[in-house]
Ligand binder design. Structure first.
Ligand code: P6P
Length: 337
């Protein structure tokens, strides 16, 4: 039997552009550049202690979080790979306070790129999967310069979203609005090869992902949902549940895209004035689109994440996403308040 045809990311994107007319050439170029940057980040991550890339950078990011050396390396790789290509007007990163406007010495494009360059970085030093999350928006139609306000678009305006998980395999997961495709890095060829398309999440699950150590801080609807799961088949759910928590959103979401489940990082009373821990623009929105494109759901407990109108670049949000029936159940418990 002839081996299956290897379809590279480039060929997949050319076909999405040419055959389906889904993505303009400039967006295809942007996604190829982001994929190449993820390959470089994967190479740096895989070096580990041999590459002197582990440990803290002894600096803080805008979130007040201690930066790891690889956080800064990944951020620099993405900026340097994307600033000169002519497809972008600006970039925003979890690791940078202000937006990055493409310098005048380079041509400007029509897209905005937002990213968490290395999500889950607390896992770097213990060799657990981490990843890059990215979201692409269109620059608003006007001739004035780029400013932060141009980035403050709801997630339903994204034109592309994805992540690259650096785990046992390096896998790029992408949507341009026509379902979800997964590409595994072939290190011998140095290219991302299509390994799954039309990814679908089962509507039901028996697996939840949440940091249980925060239980005493949760709001009642979240507490009720988890309590019911923990009661197993003797309880109101009538089935047993398993739990996973990798403390790396990319790895937890990848598991959910692969076999279903529900992921929750809800508001809790440790920081009552913050809606949640995770960031709306470059974590929740791209992940929410991927999950919805795979048949799942993503809310903040009250509304669809992708309908939230952002008011600031590093806005945080409560996140409940994954198997549709479970997300709808948790959301319904919130509405019963
Ligand atoms: P905790 C990683 O720092 C992150 O932003 C997400 O990737 C992950 O889901 C979450 O925070 C883990 O948070 O409080 O369990 O360490």
């Amino acid at each position: 039997m002839t081996p299956p045809k290897k379809i590279s990311l480039t060929r997949y994107l050319v076909e999405q552009q040419r055959i389906d007319g889904l993505i303009p050439g400039q967006l295809r170029l942007l996604l190829e550049v982001v994929a190449r940057a993820c390959k470089s980040i994967s190479h740096a991550v895989n070096k580990g202690a041999l590459g002197n890339v582990l440990g803290s950078a002894n600096s803080e990011n805008v979130q007040g979080e201690i930066q790891k050396k690889l956080d800064i390396i990944a951020n620099e790789v993405l900026i340097e790979a994307n600033e000169w290509g002519g497809h972008l007007a600006g970039m925003a990163s979890e690791e940078m306070d202000a937006i990055y406007v493409v310098p005048n010495r380079y041509p400007k494009g029509e897209y905005l790129l937002l990213f968490d360059p290395l999500d889950g970085s607390s896992n770097i030093d213990v060799n657990v999967s981490i990843g890059t999350i990215f979201s692409v928006l269109h620059m608003p139609e006007d001739d004035r310069g780029v400013d932060e306000g141009d980035f403050l678009q709801p997630g339903n305006r994204q034109v592309a979203a994805g992540y690259c998980v650096y785990g046992p395999q390096t896998t790029l997961v992408l949507t341009v609005g026509d379902g979800v495709a997964m590409f595994t890095l072939d290190r011998e060829q140095g290219s991302f090869i299509l390994t799954q398309e039309n990814v679908r999440i089962p509507a039901d699950t028996q697996e939840f992902a949440i940091n249980m150590s925060n239980m005493r801080h949760w709001a009642p609807p979240v507490r009720r949902y988890i309590d019911e799961c923990l009661q197993g088949q003797e309880g109101p759910r009538g089935k047993d549940f398993n739990m996973r928590w990798i403390a790396s959103m990319v790895a937890d979401v990848h598991r959910i895209l692969t076999r279903g489940g529900v992921f929750m990082y809800p508001w809790d009373r440790r920081e009552p004035n913050k809606p949640g821990k995770l960031r709306l623009m470059y974590e929740a929105n791209p992940m929410a689109w991927l999950i919805e494109q795979a048949g799942g759901a993503a809310t903040n407990g009250k509304q669809r994440i992708m309908d939230i109108q952002p008011t600031k670049l590093h806005e945080r949000v409560s996140v409940i996403l994954g198997s549709k029936n479970e997300v709808e159940r948790v959301t319904s418990y919130h509405s019963e308040l």
